[in-house]
Design a protein. Structure first.
Length: 95
C-alpha cells in the first residue's frame, strides 16, 4: 500500500477519497472548515439538516463536493462535541 503526503489546502488535493473528521453538530477546525468555505457552506448545511449521524464513526460519503478537487469527500462523525471523548475518537478512527 502506498501513501502520499502533500502540504496543501484540503480543497486543492486531487485524490480519490479525502477523509475528513467532524463533529455531528459543529465543524471541527482545519480541514472541515476549509472544505466548508470552498463548498460555499455545504458542509454546514448538511450538519444543520442532521445528515451526519451523531454516532462516532458514522460515515457520510459526498461524491464530487463542489469547490474541491477530490473525487469524493468522506465525512467521518466524531459524535457530538458535547460528548466527545477518547472512545469517540477511537470509534471514528476504526470506521
Amino acid at each position: 500500500m502506498e501513501f502520499t503526503i502533500k502540504a496543501t489546502t484540503p480543497e486543492k488535493l486531487t485524490t480519490g477519497t479525502l477523509v475528513v473528521f467532524s463533529f455531528a453538530d459543529q465543524l471541527t477546525d482545519g480541514a472541515a472548515k476549509a472544505l466548508n468555505a470552498a463548498s460555499k457552506q455545504h458542509l454546514s448545511a448538511l450538519l444543520a439538516a442532521e445528515e451526519l449521524a451523531k454516532k462516532p464513526g458514522s460515515l457520510l460519503p459526498l461524491p464530487r463536493l463542489a469547490g474541491t478537487d477530490a473525487d469524493r469527500v468522506l465525512l467521518v462523525s466524531l459524535g457530538s462535541r458535547e460528548n466527545y471523548n477518547e472512545k469517540a475518537w477511537r470509534d471514528a478512527l476504526a470506521a
